[in-house]
Design a binder for this molecule. Structure first.
Ligand code: C2O
Length: 559
């Protein structure tokens, strides 16, 4: 591993370093991370024009909307030369002092701990930091309320895209989901560290993907703690097991099995290309919600809604995007979401998704504004957040019990014919409003085990509601509260949020190839698709379902 290259002065920082010698801590955690060290390098090219994009002096009406001392982070749109369309970006602010953010050199790698395993010293420190953040003056952009509002602004259509009529700006349900939240946590963590004079402070992650972490971490449930929030579902406080499938199965052991299946599915089995995991492209002038990635719509959404308080009008705090940031647990939940991104990029075998990078300039150049730990308004780009080690943090290494949690093979031949007798043909039922279980027969592209994707098109949703449905293939058994079986293919779900016209249209793709390995599809040329809503009442309409050939087939397995 090459050493960190530090050719020039770094950005001023109030952090005190105990060592003047830049040492790059060994990235000891994930095995594959060790290989990545050689890519770490700090370039100082950015230092020269650090301020050149500031002070355009234009008053942006959305800044006016939110008021001074409020937050300014929102979009404006600039052209990206050479790009097919434009990245979501911004170029002006009332503060006239936006600095292009440079990642500081990494002196010491921070390790984000699993929230269930932290020491009393850590809890004390984290509490103190949160307490200080809560006590900052209201107009300090680093105060807790202002930090919470950042989420509201980027996530609830508080801003429109300029010149685009009623098109909102929305980082969710698109490829901006992971990058936005990574930067958001990055600055939140640095602010907390600064408040306690500990630049190595690292946020804990809620380890909901591991059975040992499948309750709300105990450090968040003490009413006297600065980490507490009373607006949570009281029925889901510990020892309740988090229900990543929202199946409401009353058996906690079955819920754990469901959770591990969901993780296996959304991290490994269900994705065919990078967008299936990351979310669909979202560019200037395009509508919100182009389509969420598997992790966003799956475990991420479920945790929000599961924690949100049903006593509140719209599931506050975690259960609605506008209020989610008001619960300190949000940042712990999202640390695990971020960890999933990092694991997916650098740890998981690449066999199912051959190329995990997005090289589209509209993605790489998309930019956000945040306040850093010194209350400086900074502009950050997606391309600078693709590698968490370059950003100076890693995650505690914990077992990944879902990694091999492949459902048992379905040995009984799929009896499409028998169950299929009662099912309608796909062509005849769509579009349909999904308010009860629906079974349809969908033609395959080839008979038997083929490399195929199931596509659900024109899913139109009422964005103000919690909506979720699960998809099964050739499922003969009617126990819809059990997901640990080959027949479970995936899910669509959304966290309630506001959009200009309360609706959005999206689509998802679910990979069937590996699932066929676990069930006998004989040489059928049709599969039976079962759609199971987990929400009450109407709210979702599905335009159509089809099976297509996998356009990005994985390389052949080495024999
Ligand atoms: Cu911005 Cu989990 O939401």
């Amino acid at each position: 591993m090459a050493s960190l290259h530090l050719p020039c002065a770094t950005t001023p920082s109030s952090q005190t370093r105990s060592s003047s010698r830049p040492v790059f801590a060994k990235p000891s955690h994930f095995i594959t991370h060790a290989k990545r060290g050689h890519r770490l390098q700090v370039s100082c090219a950015a230092a020269e024009n650090q301020n050149d994009s500031s002070s355009q002096g234009k008053v942006d009406r959305r800044n006016m909307l939110l008021g001074l001392g409020g937050l300014y982070g929102a979009s404006n749109l600039v052209s990206a030369p050479g790009a097919s369309a434009n990245p979501i970006n911004r170029r002006s602010s009332t503060s006239a002092n936006i600095v292009d953010y440079r990642l500081p050199p990494v002196f010491q790698m921070k390790t984000r701990p699993s929230a269930h395993r932290v020491s009393p010293e850590y809890i004390f420190k984290y509490n103190m930091a949160m307490d200080r953040m809560r006590r900052l003056p209201k107009d300090d952009p680093r105060s807790f309320m202002q930090q919470a509002n950042i989420h509201c602004a980027y996530c609830n259509g508080a801003y429109d895209q300029p010149g685009q009529g009623t098109l909102d700006l929305q980082v969710h349900n698109s490829w901006l989901f992971f990058p936005f939240h990574r930067w958001y946590l990055y600055f939140y963590e640095r602010i907390l560290g600064k408040l306690i004079g500990d630049p190595t402070f690292a946020l804990p992650f809620w380890n909901w993907d591991n059975p040992k972490g499948m309750t709300i971490p105990p450090i968040f449930v003490d009413p006297k703690s600065a980490l507490y929030d009373e607006k949570r579902n009281q029925a889901n406080l510990p020892p309740a097991v988090v229900d990543l499938g929202m199946t409401r199965n009353p058996d906690p052991l079955q819920v754990v099995a469901n959770n591990l299946t969901i993780m296996y599915n959304e991290m490994i089995r269900g994705n065919s290309d990078v967008y299936d995991f990351m979310g669909q492209p979202y560019r200037e002038g395009t509508p919100v919600n182009p389509g969420p990635g598997a992790s966003e719509r799956g475990s991420h959404t479920a945790v929000h809604v599961w924690v949100g308080d049903p006593r509140q009008p719209t599931g506050e705090d975690l259960g609605n995007f506008y209020s989610a940031g008001r619960d300190p647990l949000f940042y712990c939940h999202h640390a695990n979401v971020d960890r999933m991104w990092s694991l997916w990029q650098y740890f998981l075998p690449s066999k199912t998704v051959p190329d995990k990078r997005i090289t589209d300039p509209d993605f790489l150049n998309a930019a956000f504004l945040f306040y850093d730990e010194n209350a400086q308004l900074v502009r950050v780009t997606v391309k600078d957040c693709l590698d968490n080690l370059r950003m100076g943090y890693d995650y505690e290494r914990i077992d990944l019990p879902w990694l091999d949690y492949r459902p048992p093979p379905q040995t009984v031949a799929a009896r499409v014919t028998r169950a299929g007798k009662s099912a309608s043909k796909a062509e005849t039922v769509f579009p349909l409003t999904l308010d009860k279980i629906v079974r349809v027969l969908v033609p395959k592209t080839k008979k038997g085990k083929a490399d195929e994707l199931l596509v659900l098109e024109n899913i139109s949703v009422d964005t103000t509601k919690f909506l979720k449905f699960d998809v099964f293939i050739n499922d003969e058994d009617d126990n819809i509260a059990e997901l640990d079986k080959a027949a479970y293919v995936g899910t669509y779900a959304q966290v309630p949020h506001k959009t200009a016209n309360k609706s959005a249209t999206t689509s998802i793709r679910l990979k069937l190839t590996d699932l066929y390995d676990d069930m006998d599809v004989a040489d059928d040329d049709t599969v039976l698709v079962t759609l199971v809503p987990r929400h009450q009442g109407p709210g979702v309409t599905i335009g159509g379902i089809k099976i297509i050939e996998n356009p990005t087939p994985a390389p052949p397995k080495p024999s």
